[in-house]
Design a protein around this ligand. Structure first.
Ligand SMILES: Nc1nc2c(c(=O)[nH]1)N[C@H]1C(S)=C(S)[C@@H](COP(=O)(O)O)O[C@H]1N2
Ligand SMILES: [Mo]
Length: 553
């Protein structure tokens, strides 16, 4: 920077302070330009498809690159809202980046333009290289970046009006400096002092930018709804099962009597959701295909109508569990599933004897490696098309997903399933295996205290301790509860319906006044007593007894 450039503005006859506030306005210019870029990108994505939106595409590419502990933290902290948290986090980072670009543009617009272009390239690459992506998917990012550049130029201009005859020449004409040096200087305050500031023009332009961003962004989101398959899903009538679920005995659901106890069946809207999809895949039922490839004697491609037309559909009550579930956590849910029996289906196509792993692919590029043996031998494993009497909800894999009782979701429950490749574990590492989760994931026996809630304060006296316990494919034989250092006491269990279904348990207890520790453990129908040895979810599922501290009186 030359000394002349540091001449105070007053030297040019400008009243001191005219240019004050230039830097916050420049940061604002950056933010508004980013808003225009993102809005225009959403509009273009409204024409091309929601997954081509740069926010979604970048977020989707960030998820697989995120270290497992961070992902686990996000799942634990935000639960089903983890995607919202990711999008908000992405937008905050974009905001900071954009504000910096605005500041840099004061010094040299080319830096701002280059910064936006870089952002456009990242979005374009992320969108075009996603599994179902193509070159057309780059358009929203490119269009957004162009619009963002125009907005930035228009907004920075009123902040850097040159004063005729003044020494504060635009940085473009300043003696050449190394790019890094220029960035450092710009951030350190070396903007174009000496220029004037047209606030009115800045705010008028800014207002236009806000309008464009809102209209394009809002319009884009509306247009993107065209891609939703909700109506087509609602129009599907599910066939009746050839083999209906076992009838429930009277009093099957203890939640009717016990406040705070998890219901036997989880409503679809309450069902936990774990996946890597920021925008849920929208598969048109008429366009759906399931391809069987690899070690099959008779590979074949199935349409949804053909699957629904089969005369061997089964209906079963199965509790699904996520490997990321912490001891006492809520990543488990029960539904009545309708689907094609998986073992029979695989045999019908002549699955190879040498196959150990089924690589299940979803339309969003996820790969889930299921054990061929588990798929063939687990009674009630299915290609599910229905959940609690409706077609699968879009978030839960519409139109077809896999369900294998007794296996954690990450090795069994591929949603939006479009391809099954029969092969071996040696051939291929599926998504989670690549990230060092165990290749096979049998569900560990578990029990959870739902009520009283941790650190709950309630009047001393009698109240129910209650919760659920699961050991899919084996069944739960007993649940015992211990308060403080007392004896293990057997709880009452909900009626045994199916080994794949969790069981509720209840133990009424007289709580003396004071602080108490309640612990639960389950015993499987195969005799396994739940271990108190603590294991974290990574890499093969959590173990240990669930304990809650409560205060009576
Ligand atoms: N396509 C796809 N299928 C998927 C996943 C995913 O990320 N993508 N996650 C799996 C995991 S880890 C679990 S626990 C279950 C969760 O199913 P749900 O969201 O219907 O509860 O889906 C499985 N299937
Ligand atoms: Mo999971």
């Amino acid at each position: 920077m030359t000394t002349t450039e540091q001449t105070p503005a007053t030297a040019a006859g400008e009243p001191a302070g005219t240019a004050r506030g230039r830097r916050p306005l420049a940061a604002l210019a950056g933010l508004l330009s980013a808003a225009v870029a993102l809005g225009v990108a959403e509009l273009a994505a409204g024409l091309i498809g929601p997954a081509s939106s740069p926010v979604v595409a970048v977020g989707n590419s960030v998820i697989p690159l995120t270290p497992e502990p961070v992902k686990q933290f996000a799942i634990d902290t935000f639960g089903a809202q983890d995607k919202v948290a990711l999008v908000v986090g992405t937008l905050v980072l974009v905001g900071i980046y954009a504000a910096l670009l605005g500041l840099l543009s004061l010094r040299d617009r080319r830096m701002g333009i280059a910064g936006i272009a870089l952002f456009g390239v990242v979005g374009a690459v992320a969108a075009a290289t996603r599994p179902a992506g193509g070159i057309l998917d780059a358009v929203p990012s490119v269009a957004g970046a162009l619009a963002g550049c125009l907005a930035l130029l228009a907004l920075v201009r009123p902040l850097t009006l040159a004063v005729p005859g003044h020494a504060g020449a635009p940085a473009a004409e300043a003696p050449p400096a190394a790019p890094l040096e220029r960035v450092r200087a710009a951030l350190a305050g070396g903007d174009r002092k000496g220029g004037t500031l047209d606030r009115r023009r800045f705010f008028v332009t800014g207002g236009v930018a806000v309008g464009v961003a809102a209209a394009a962004g809002g319009g884009g989101r509306l247009l993107q709804r065209r891609f939703a398959v909700a109506d087509e899903r609602a129009a599907i009538t599910l066939p009746r099962p050839a083999s209906p679920a076992a009838p429930l005995p009277p009093g099957a659901d203890l939640a009717a009597e016990v406040d705070g106890l998890t219901p036997l069946f989880t409503r679809n809207g309450d069902f936990y959701r774990v996946d890597t999809a920021i925008t849920v895949p929208q598969i048109r039922p008429a366009e759906y295909r399931l391809e069987l490839a690899g070690q099959f004697d008779r590979g074949r491609t199935w349409s949804l109508a053909d699957l629904l037309d089969r005369d061997d559909l089964i209906e079963r009550d199965i509790t699904l569990t996520c490997v990321s579930n912490e001891v006492g956590g809520g990543l488990a849910g029960t539904a009545r599933w309708l689907g094609v029996p998986l073992g029979a289906f695989l045999r019908e196509h002549g699955i190879g004897r040498g196959s150990t792993q089924l690589v299940c692919r979803s339309s969003d590029g996820m790969t889930i490696g299921a054990s061929t043996r588990a798929a063939l031998e687990t009674e009630d494993a299915m290609l599910a098309v229905g959940m609690n009497g409706e077609p699968l909800p879009v978030e839960h894999g519409f139109p077809v997903r896999m369900v294998i009782p007794g296996q954690y979701g990450y090795v069994s429950a591929c949603k939006w399933l479009t391809r099954i490749e029969a092969g071996t574990y040696d051939d291929f590492d599926a998504y989670w295996t690549e990230r060092d989760w165990a290749a096979e994931g049998p569900i560990k026996i578990a029990s959870r205290i739902d009520t009283p809630a941790p650190l709950r304060r309630f009047p001393a006296g009698r109240r129910a301790i209650a919760g659920v316990a699961w050991a899919q494919t084996r069944g739960i034989a007993a649940v015992e509860v211990r308060v403080d250092d007392g004896e293990w006491t057997p709880a009452e269990l909900s009626p045994q319906v199916d080994a794949d279904l969790w069981r509720q348990w209840v133990l009424p207890y007289d709580f003396p006044a004071g602080r108490h520790t309640v612990t639960v453990r389950a015993t499987g129908a195969d005799g396994e007593v739940q271990t108190d040895e603590r294991a974290a979810p990574f890499p093969a599922g959590s173990s240990g007894w669930h304990t809650v501290e409560v205060i009576a009186g």
